[in-house]
Write a protein that binds this ligand. Structure first.
Ligand code: FAD
Length: 290
């Protein structure tokens, strides 16, 4: 299966990103959320992978459990920053043998407290090298890569970042999933620049339904996305009311999704944080795919 097969005949679809919980009790809770999320007929669920390989087994186990328990295609994320080629091969061969051929190929980040970490000698420094390796050894994989509407934090300029994105697509990526953003103008500008470079693969905007102020402050700081002042102020105004903060998040994401859909994006990728409520509300406010 290819990512592009999931959007046939121009049919708009949502997709949903999940992370692997650490405790077995939380896994059962996640499965319940996932079952509710199936109501929006996601194009796929994707499961994140810890940058240092720490969630290797957790990610694999959730990917395989979701494959058993839902009819929705499942994509595994994979980060290369801490893996050598044998470890990469082992992971990919394990998921392929279980029928998982969708992968989100990433570099990952070395955590602040492990800055002295030395990447494996026969590993990869950047995601484009990982994509080349994967496509060479496993041409049957369909690969998604990350794109950054507001530029990746480390990139010297938007042009450098776009050049590096182009490397990933030329290496064989089928689709680009973007980092979260709160101002659609950043996404539309990014798409225009990507298309001007001749990159034709679908671009799926990444939307975070805000759950809570502190969390968004942390995420935006980590990934370099802007946190627009009006949205921030609305969340500050209701920071002691968890339900109201989620309602603000739903309202903001709904207006983002409505505009993105009106501009005919291929699909929208939700950073769900393993919670179904906001995603279901936003989907109901916009479109429910048949
Ligand atoms: P790269 O494409 O390697 O880019 C990283 C930086 O290096 C950029 O500044 C780029 O411009 C530059 N660069 C790229 N190629 C080259 C090159 N050949 N030469 C010189 N410079 C280059 N993190 C996780 O730990 N686990 C996850 O599951 C996860 N999922 C994600 C999903 C999405 C959709 C997104 C947007 C991000 C995700 N991340 C995840 C975060 C991601 O790992 C970080 O953003 C990381 O810093 C960069 O990963 P990348 O794959 O974009 O790296």
């Amino acid at each position: 299966m290819k990512f592009s097969d999931l959007y046939q005949n121009g049919q708009f679809r949502y997709s949903v990103e999940l992370f692997p919980p650490k405790s077995p009790g939380s896994v059962d809770a996640l499965i319940q959320e996932v079952k509710r999320l199936c109501a929006i007929h996601p194009a796929y669920f994707s499961v994140t992978y810890g940058a240092m390989g720490s969630t290797r087994d957790l990610t694999k186990n959730i990917v395989l459990r979701l494959k058993k328990e839902t009819k929705v295609p499942i994509a595994s994320h994979f980060t290369c920053i801490a893996s050598n080629r044998d470890q990469i091969k082992r992971y990919v061969e394990e998921i392929l043998s279980q029928g998982i051929d969708l992968i989100v190929a990433l570099r990952g980040d070395v955590p602040q407290d492990l800055k002295n970490h030395v990447p494996p000698q026969d590993g990869f420094r950047h995601a484009n090298e990982l994509v080349t390796f994967l496509k060479t050894h496993y041409p049957q994989l369909s690969i998604a890569v990350a794109g950054y509407p507001e530029k990746h934090l480390e990139a010297a300029s938007p042009e450098e970042d776009l050049k590096n994105l182009q490397r990933k697509v030329e290496a064989g990526a089928d689709v680009i999933i973007t980092q979260l953003f709160f101002d659609n103008a950043d996404f539309f500008n990014f798409v225009q620049q990507v298309r001007e470079r001749g990159i034709k693969v679908p671009i799926l905007p990444g939307i975070l339904p805000v759950q809570n102020l502190k969390q968004v402050e942390k995420f935006t700081q980590m990934c370099g996305a802007k946190f627009p002042k009006p949205l921030q102020q609305r969340l500050i105004n209701c920071q002691n009311d968890a339900d109201q903060m989620k309602a603000v998040g739903v309202e903001h994401a709904t207006s983002q999704c409505r505009e993105l859909i009106a501009k005919q994006v291929t699909g929208i990728h939700f950073y769900s944080l393993n919670k179904a409520d906001s995603v279901l509300k936003i989907a109901a406010n916009t479109v429910l795919p048949a």
